[in-house]
Design a protein around this ligand. Structure first.
Ligand code: GAP
Length: 471
């Protein structure tokens, strides 16, 4: 049985250079994390996998890298300034997210009819009325000692001051990467040959001033998103919505996280910009939670930017000879969340052995070159020769310190799929031992053929060919 829990994951991630708590020497900062040497390599591999699948191998999607700081009018137009709020309940010194608080109350009183009514009020954002009703319920059922319930509305955007000699202006750190795409759409169309239906993708940092950050990197204040906005003719949303759910699922399934660990949930608490949406939920440590969202944003964002900027961001349909505003299907995945999902399912703790069974293409280091006898000059020479040949092709590491057992253990712990050991036979017959991480099986292999062996092992082009149809 694989005995893995959150504590083991956090300790492993720190001990083996994946994730550290930010500002640790100053006692940290809540909900912010740093990625270490192997964490950044793994993150880059996830991004590359996403970018290849979503942008590089498709003719109808381009990428951008827009700024984190934008004119604050962007956030007025996008609705985030007015609507991107969370409500918190404060009782004595405890803070509850309102959704969690409602669940907590109804877990105790178990009144489904009333619960449904409160949820309808929540959907309509009638927060004052909800609080009034909850107070009555609490009094009636005598379920809480404290009567003094306070409610706080907090906008999730971080505001930041922009200095200038004339005036001091405020703007916000972006809470989603999507807006950078919407406000650039005319530039993108004018500078490329994109024609509807087409997509624009980007990967980048987003910030949310979450009060209740949770479960390691699952919900943090600073995180990375991998988002794609797909622009379509109005009326084609059902077809494309389905298309992107299937595409995103196939990308996720290939991460070897277990197909049965995913489920689709219709989004009930829609954000202000979505008409309908689903969450792809993942079974993180035995609880299903949101991993990625697919949203039908209709033309909410473009319409609003047209209104606030007074710019003509219209599209032209050459068939109908009419101008129109396209609809948008968005795919939005948290990079840190998929990283966490990979840690949850790849960290294997069984039969007194701990190793990280990452898919090869996600592993931070692909091959470790480990000379068996570190004092033998001839062995070192061959080892360095192999290292210098392969390092231009794959992300590899050279290590001649400590016992071979300890070196294997370290490479297993950072998820390196293959270790190469060089011994005295290597001098005679020009072969080395290749050790497989998962099975610990060992084979002898010719030094001159190593490149071809690994090229085949790390190739995932068959997956892309299968999933992305040629134009
Ligand atoms: N542009 C749409 C958008 O931002 P969202 O559902 O708010 O939609 C999309 O976020 C994804 O971003 C989520 O499914 C999750 O993977 C990730 N995400 C959102 N908030 C996060 C947070 N505080 N920490 C880590 N990841 C987060």
């Amino acid at each position: 049985m694989n005995d893995v829990n959150l504590k083991l994951i956090i300790n492993h991630a720190k001990r083996y250079g994946f994730i550290y708590k930010s500002s640790e020497i100053y006692n940290g900062i809540n909900g912010v994390y740093d990625y270490g040497p192997w964490g950044v390599e793994m993150k880059n591999n996830i991004k590359e996998y996403w970018w290849n699948f979503m942008v590089k191998l498709r003719d109808n999607i381009v990428g951008i890298d827009s700024s984190i700081l934008m004119n604050n009018k962007v956030w007025i137009a996008s609705g985030h300034k007015k609507e991107f709020n969370e409500y918190y309940i404060i009782i004595k010194n405890k803070i509850y997210n309102i959704k969690k608080f409602i669940l907590l109350i109804f877990d105790i009183i178990n009144n489904k009819k009333l619960y449904k009514k409160i949820l309808i009020l929540y959907k309509k954002k009638k927060i004052k009325l909800i609080i009034y009703k909850l107070k009555l319920i609490i009094k009636h059922y005598k379920i809480l000692k404290y009567r003094n319930i306070k409610v706080k509305k907090i906008n999730l955007m971080f505001n930041t001051k922009i200095n200038s000699f004339l005036n001091n202006k405020y703007t916000y750190l972006r809470p989603e990467t999507a807006q950078g795409i919407f406000i650039n759409i005319k530039n993108i169309i004018n500078s490329t040959k994109m024609k509807i239906p087409f997509g624009v993708a980007q990967v980048g940092k987003s910030f949310r001033n979450e009060i209740i950050t949770k479960e390691f990197i699952f919900r943090t204040k600073e995180f990375e998103q991998m988002e794609m906005q797909f622009f379509i003719y109005p009326g084609q949303e059902k077809k494309w919505f389905k298309y992107w759910i299937n595409n995103r699922l196939s990308w996720l399934y290939f991460l070897n996280l277990g197909i049965n660990n995913f489920r689709i949930k219709k989004h009930k608490n829609l954000s202000h910009y979505t008409k309908y949406a689903i969450d792809i939920e993942f079974n993180f440590l035995n609880i299903y939670k949101e991993l990625e969202g697919i949203h039908f944003r209709k033309n909410f964002d473009l319409k609003s930017h047209i209104k606030y900027s007074k710019k003509k961001i219209m599209f032209y349909n050459s068939k109908t000879k009419k101008k129109y505003i396209p609809y948008i299907i968005e795919t939005s995945l948290g990079l840190d969340r998929v990283f966490y999902a990979l840690l949850c399912k790849s960290l294997i703790n069984e039969n007194n052995r701990i190793f990280l069974k990452l898919p090869y293409f996600i592993s931070p280091i692909k091959i470790a070159i480990l000379p068996l006898i570190s004092k033998d000059k001839k062995i070192i020479k061959i080892s360095k020769y192999i290292y210098n040949n392969l390092k231009y092709k794959f992300n590899i590491i050279y290590d001649d310190k400590n016992s071979i057992g300890k070196r294997y253990h370290y490479q297993d712990s950072i998820g390196t799929p293959f270790c190469i050991t060089i011994d005295k036979y290597s001098l005679v017959n020009k072969t080395v031992t290749i050790r497989y991480r998962d099975s610990m099986k060992q084979i002898r292999y010719e030094i001159d053929l190593l490149y071809f062996f690994f090229k085949k092992e790390f190739d995932i082009s068959y997956f892309f060919k299968r999933e992305i149809k040629d134009v």
